[in-house]
Ligand binder design. Structure first.
Ligand SMILES: Nc1ncnc2c1ncn2[C@@H]1O[C@H](COP(=O)(O)OP(=O)(O)OP(=O)(O)O)[C@@H](O)[C@H]1O
Length: 586
């Protein structure tokens, strides 16, 4: 299945601006009460700002020209009160919407993170962690900025503009029409250029994701980079993505600001039209000085928000581009689908592969028509050349991936009918590169194991000893309290494998898969592990992937895995012959 977000974005249907806006609003629809308060505050603010010029014009015509100072002072106090209330409403809507934005950011980050927890392994194979981090951190913040700063300003500006436009037309329709005509050109330009602005912003967000992907990859592999003296190589790679990010940022910046001077120019043209036409009307006795002052204010009230709308529109386009990248993750199907009813076959043994085909990314088939059966309590070995398909086969046993064709049966039932929890209780998988979390050996052993989570150290030590794992725990200086630093770098790879081994065995799975689980362990400890494996409950089925054939001496059956085919190898000697025949990956 294709989970590559960058490729999926190319084939995804384009969303219209209106559909995008509706989706964005849905994100905060549960905040209705707060939104209504904020809307009320911003509309009150706009109304008060619109009434100002009218009162000023009337004051000039009625009181200033007749030298009625009482009237002037009365209206000045009225205006002052209105401006104070306007200030309060503006402050209120800012704090209300700031809260909405932060809550939305909190919920959205939680939703994406939860979604990421549910997605299958294939998703993480095909996407860079750095890009995903950028989506969780950076793209969500673009939405926060839109909601906390832009949305209400957007509504406020639009309502001020509509109000100012109505006043302009009501006071003198022909002067109003002349004053508003430059706005039509701006509207036309905005409609034409919006998709281009959104594209530029989307490219910038994508390259920011790529930049974090590159940083993450080089930080993860810093030891190899230093050991192989590949610093220059990574520096060059970083330079390339950084340059791309710089160029897309310049492109987005240009697109975002292209309107600002245009808006300024058209606002000035409108002022000129009002002044010249207005003075002409005064000269022919059809207009008053007070009305012209009001008129100029209304023209400013119309064009200033229009100028701000350019910046707000940019924030909106940026939020839409961020939302597209976030929605891509949220829309993905969670985990591998659970099917209600699958084939049931009581003769299938504990696990059976029936004509299984598999490919990681739909391009190249890795497993071809694989058929085998595992019985309860037996030990199986998968051997074969590097890249032959052993880990892939084991991953399908644990349903880290689904077969592209064919069927995997667990306990006689289609493996897809088990929930992830049921499956993980039945199957223990010790990966080639075990992953450990920051904490202690105990934290890591108990990861995902609810049975012993409330045990004290003494109780847990007893459980470990009873499971014949005491000798492994003894290898750690401070036993269960031995600290493990982030991603396990404070301990050796062999020790990591021992912790992963204890973690898997303590869950008492029906099938225990060991993928090169002893590759980094000394011979004596390897012997310890082999004894522990032999002492596992009789019902446990073991699947051992190993390059060193001495580790699979006791296997009941050996499978030879090569070029995506799994064949019975017969005895250990036969397996050795197959390997020596030089069968390599085709
Ligand atoms: N995540 C992945 N995405 C795409 N291709 C993959 C992925 N993992 C493995 N492959 C490809 O699948 C094939 C089988 O790999 P697999 O890891 O199963 O081999 P293996 O027998 O376990 O090798 P090794 O002995 O080195 O562990 C290889 O060609 C490999 O390149």
């Amino acid at each position: 299945m294709n989970y590559d977000l960058n490729q999926l974005s190319k084939t995804a249907p384009k969303t219209s601006t209106w559909a995008g806006l509706k989706k964005l609003i849905q994100l905060i629809s549960h905040e209705r009460r707060t939104l209504l308060f904020a809307l009320f505050a911003i509309l009150t603010n706009s109304t008060l700002n619109l009434l100002g010029p009218l009162i000023i014009g009337r004051t000039i015509d009625k009181y200033v020209q007749h030298k009625d100072f009482n009237g002037v002072i009365h209206n000045a106090i009225l205006l002052l009160c209105m401006y104070i209330v306007a200030l309060f409403t503006s402050y209120k809507q800012t704090t209300l919407m700031g809260g909405v934005g932060q809550r939305m950011l909190f919920t959205l980050r939680n939703s994406i993170f939860n979604k990421l927890q549910q997605l299958p392994v294939g998703f993480f194979n095909q996407n860079k962690a750095g890009d995903l981090i950028s989506r969780v951190n950076n793209d969500t913040d673009k939405l926060n900025q839109f909601f906390s700063q832009s949305l209400m300003q957007f509504i406020g500006n639009i309502s001020t503009m509509i109000g100012a436009g109505i006043f302009l037309l009501l006071i003198k329709v022909e002067l109003g029409a002349a004053a508003l005509s430059p706005a039509l050109i701006i509207l036309f330009l905005t409609i034409i250029l919006s998709p281009w602005i959104k594209r530029k912003n989307a490219a910038n967000l994508k390259s920011t994701g790529g930049l974090s992907g590159e940083i993450q990859e080089s930080l993860n592999n810093f030891k190899v980079i230093i050991a192989f003296n590949r610093r220059d190589y990574f520096r060059k790679r970083f330079d390339t993505v950084n340059k791309e990010n710089y160029q897309t940022a310049i492109g987005a910046g240009l697109a975002n600001n292209v309107f600002v001077p245009v808006y300024g120019l058209f606002a000035s043209i409108a002022q000129l039209i009002v002044l010249s036409f207005g003075i002409y009307l005064i000269s022919v006795g059809q207009f008053s000085i007070g009305l012209l002052v009001s008129y100029l204010s209304y023209a400013t009230n119309f064009y200033n928000p229009l100028r701000q709308l350019a910046a707000l529109w940019t924030n909106f386009q940026l939020a839409m581009a961020g939302w597209d990248r976030i929605a891509q993750i949220l829309q993905l199907e969670s985990d591998l689908p659970l099917i209600e009813q699958g084939i049931t076959d009581t003769n299938a043994g504990l696990l059976e592969f029936r004509h299984v085909h598999f490919s990681y990314d739909d391009s190249k088939e890795i497993l071809h028509n694989v058929c085998f059966k595992l019985e309860q309590g037996k030990t199986y070995a998968l051997v074969g050349p590097t890249g032959g398909g052993k880990t892939t086969t084991a991953s399908l046993i644990a349903r880290l991936y689904d077969a592209s064709k064919g069927l995997v049966l667990l306990d006689g039932k289609d493996i897809r009918t088990y929930t992830a929890e049921e499956r993980s209780l039945k199957i223990g998988f010790i990966l080639q590169e075990p992953f450990l979390f920051s904490g202690t050996v105990k934290d890591n052993i108990l990861y995902g194991n609810d049975l012993y989570k409330n045990h004290t150290n003494e109780q847990l030590e007893k459980v470990i000893t009873d499971a014949n794992l005491g000798s492994l725990l003894a290898i750690f200086e401070n036993g269960l309290d031995t600290p493990v630093l982030s991603s396990g770098d404070s301990i050796s790879l062999g020790q990591k494998q021992l912790i992963a081994f204890m973690r898997a065995v303590l869950r008492n799975p029906q099938i225990l898969i060991l993928d090169e689980a002893t590759a980094n362990i000394d011979t004596i400890t390897e012997k310890l592990l082999s004894d522990i494996l032999n002492k596992l409950p009789e019902t446990t089925t073991r699947v051992i992937i190993a390059h060193r054939l001495n580790t699979i001496e006791n296997a009941d059956e050996i499978f030879f895995v090569n070029s995506g085919e799994v064949i019975r190898a017969g005895s250990l000697n036969d397996a050795m012959d197959l390997l020596l025949q030089g069968k390599r990956v085709s």
